[in-house]
Structure formats: C-alpha cells, structure tokens
Design a protein around this ligand. Structure first.
Ligand SMILES: [Ca+2]
Ligand SMILES: [Ca+2]
Ligand SMILES: [Ca+2]
Length: 164
C-alpha cells in the first residue's frame, strides 16, 4: 500500500469519525445534534425572518420533536427576547400547520394552553413565547409582527425516529 493511500485513509478515519460525532457550526451558531442554530438579534416579520435565515443558508427552525424543542427552550431562557419565530405556519389552509422548509404537516406540537386560537382571525405564524403567559410554549401570532428569528441548518432529522 502506498504512503499516499495510507495518508488518505488516516485522514478519512480521523475526520470522518469527528464529523459523524457532532456537527461543527460556524461562529455565532449553536450546535445541537446534527443541526446548527442561529438566534437572531433583530426583530422581523415572519417572512423577513425566513429570508434572513435563507441569507444565512438556513431556514426558520423546524422542530422535529421534544428533545429539540427542549433544547431551544433552555437556550432561550438565557436570551433577552420574549417572542421568537419558528418555521411553522397555517397561512395556506387554516389550522393545517406546515413546516416552511419541507412543506410537511407537523406531527409534533407544543402549543401553550388555549393555543392556537387564530385571534382576530389573523394568526397564521408560530412563535416560541418565553413570557410568563406562555412559559416557553408555542403560540400562533400575526405573521406581520416583528419577532426574533431562530434559524436552523439541518443536516439530519434529530428526532424523526425514521432510520433507513
Ligand atoms: Ca430540526
Ligand atoms: Ca391561523
Ligand atoms: Ca394565538
């Protein structure tokens, strides 16, 4: 076996192992499982927030299950903002909740009590709300209000439970 092949194998072993262990995220992004998260500092409408995430090569967060939802809640407890956009909307069909990145109906939800209520017949976008009234659960809100974006670069479905 030539030295070149041996070196290549060594590199694959060392770096291949590391990348399968955890995702390495860019500066300012937070790692969780096989995704990277960016917690924005500027309040934007839902659609502007999604554009902001796309400019950073991501989407508004797609929460795949309880583990990811808990990670986000714990992270937000240490942040200043109260309302944070996640990538869920019923703007196409009322009360049919679709993830913006995959266009799939959500299986997992974490609604605050009495939500979603489509208040004023005008609430089609979902926020993660850390105020005492919502206590870190989801609320449908008007898409035009300015809230903070949570962006995700997803490399695999952390909580999907679908293997192979
Ligand atoms: Ca996710
Ligand atoms: Ca609605
Ligand atoms: Ca609501």
């Amino acid at each position: 076996m030539s030295m070149y092949i041996l070196n290549t194998l060594t590199i694959l072993l060392v770096f291949g192992y590391n990348t399968s262990d955890a995702v390495e995220c860019q500066d300012d992004w937070t790692t969780y499982g096989t995704s990277c998260y960016l917690f924005g500092h500027q309040s934007l409408s839902f659609y502007s927030a999604e554009n902001y995430c796309r400019q950073h090569k991501g989407h508004l967060v797609h929460i795949n299950g309880d583990a990811e939802n808990t990670f986000i809640r714990e992270h937000l407890r240490n942040m200043k903002g109260t309302g944070w956009w996640i990538g869920l909307t019923d703007d196409a069909v009322e009360n049919t909740w679709i993830w913006y990145d995959t266009n799939e109906k959500t299986e997992y939800t974490d609604w605050a009590p009495n939500q979603p209520d489509n208040a004023g017949n005008n609430e089609d976008c979902v926020e993660f709300n850390m105020s005492s009234g919502y206590n870190g659960h989801w609320n449908d809100a008007p898409c035009h209000v300015n809230l903070l974006p949570i962006c995700e670069q997803q490399f695999d479905n952390v909580d999907s439970g679908i293997v192979g």
